[in-house]
Design a protein around this ligand. Structure first.
Ligand code: ZN
Ligand code: ZN
Length: 417
């Protein structure tokens, strides 16, 4: 692909409606004009590696069932007071930010250990060094198809260094427009922001929403209330299973109006322990508590892994700590909480959603006399020992399997109840 050169802003480069056709219209060849637009990685597009995502001709993302064998994973990488997430779907990879310059080698070895030699996309959400600083590590290890950034050039040193690495691969920066859509395997990705330019670089963050089956994931960079308000005005669908919390949990992000639309079941805060310039902020945390989200923090949980089967999400955490819920979001995990994360349960590091209360996993009392646990949102039912049990608030209990089926619930594909 011809390297796209730096663009001043997407609006100068774009036709009025730049959206790449998505579900049901896979034949978007030619959309990859190399000009400011996020190309749609369709099968046969020469820019794609020989990934394992050869099933996407028919399995439309964003609603249709995902094809058998489809896999979707996000790693929220612990890069301290910085931000980095790797999204992999059906062998196609997207790296959203890369942490600080000091995280370069961590990012390099993370990709190496996961065998990711090609990134379909790198998203540099905004030119701040805690987001773009470590991207050279990625570019040292992997080739990249498309690099999305809200600006084509920046005098930020870390951005200049990243650009040099891109030059080395003959790749330019693509400035996407809100409304652009593209695919990552069978997942779909939509750019939601920035809508307007801002003097505050954080409010120029690329905000994007990834949809995989019935699960969805919102990445907000360092967007604050100004950009959140802009995005709310567009009327885009923001509802997401998982929210990557904006600006490391700062009080000026994650406003109530925004949260009301996102309504996340889970929120992940990339943050460093102690003395991190007041992040996460207490007000932001209490808003997340009020929204009923279960919260992961990279300082508490380490790297957080989220796997989706298109219906439900399963989290595992590096430090084997259960998600924070309710007042724990403000107070931190209970002394007893770490023990609740998985005594005697499957993989180390697994944190069963909804198991934050120690009583859930200890003693065998509580809900264990129920034979089946349903998720009122996904209408999937599980065995009590399943690793992907819904949050307490989303549960419904059944004594009989037939009862669950009669109510329209489907068995979980993991525990096969
Ligand atoms: Zn920033
Ligand atoms: Zn930041």
């Amino acid at each position: 692909m011809v390297a796209a050169m730096a663009f001043a802003s997407c609006s100068n480069q774009q036709p009025p409606d730049p959206a790449v056709p998505l579900s049901g219209q896979p034949g978007a060849e030619g959309a990859d004009a190399g000009n400011g637009q996020a190309p749609g990685p369709e099968d046969g597009d020469g820019s794609l590696p020989g990934g394992t995502g050869g099933t996407d001709g028919t399995g439309g993302p964003g609603g249709a069932d995902n094809p058998p064998g489809s896999v979707f994973t996000i790693w929220f990488i612990d890069v301290g007071r910085a931000d980095s997430a790797l999204v992999v779907c059906d062998g196609h990879a997207m790296l959203i930010d890369g942490g600080n310059p000091g995280d370069s080698s961590l990012i390099y070895s993370f990709l190496q250990s996961h065998g990711i030699r090609h990134l379909d996309y790198i998203v540099a959400t905004h030119p701040h060094k805690d987001h773009v600083g470590g991207l050279p590590g990625a570019l040292n290890f992997a080739t990249v198809g498309t690099v999305l950034s809200p600006v084509g050039t920046s005098d930020l040193k870390a951005f200049e260094i990243m650009s040099k690495y891109l030059d080395g691969q003959g790749i330019g920066v693509t400035v996407p427009c809100a409304g652009d859509e593209f695919r990552l395997g069978t997942a779909s990705v939509k750019i939601l922001g920035p809508i307007n330019d801002s003097e505050d670089t954080n409010n120029t963050s690329i905000v994007l929403r990834v949809v995989y089956g019935k699960t969805s994931f919102l990445f907000t960079g360092d967007a604050g209330r100004e950009e959140e308000a802009d995005i709310l005005e567009t009327g885009y669908d923001l509802k997401s299973t998982v929210l990557k919390v904006g600006h490391h949990g700062s009080n000026s992000s994650t406003t109530y109006p925004f949260l009301r639309e996102v309504m996340p079941d889970y929120a992940v805060i990339p943050v460093k322990e102690e003395g991190s310039n007041g992040v996460p902020g207490e007000k932001a945390l209490s808003r997340l508590r009020d929204a009923g989200a279960a919260v992961f923090r990279t300082d508490v949980h380490g790297t957080v892994t989220c796997v989706s089967d298109g219906e439900t999400v399963i989290f595992t955490t590096e430090k084997n700590v259960a998600p924070l819920t309710g007042q724990q979001i403000l107070d931190g995990p209970d002394v007893a909480a770490p023990g609740s994360a998985a005594p005697g349960s499957a993989a180390p590091g697994s944190a069963t959603p909804g198991s934050a209360a120690p009583s859930d996993t200890e003693g065998g009392a509580g809900q264990n006399h129920y034979a089946y646990i349903g998720n009122i949102n996904s209408q999937v039912f599980h065995s009590p020992g399943c690793r992907s049990l819904p949050l307490e608030k989303n549960r419904v209990y059944f004594d009989e399997r037939d009862e669950a089926v009669a109510k329209g619930f489907r068995p979980c594909g993991l525990c096969n109840p």
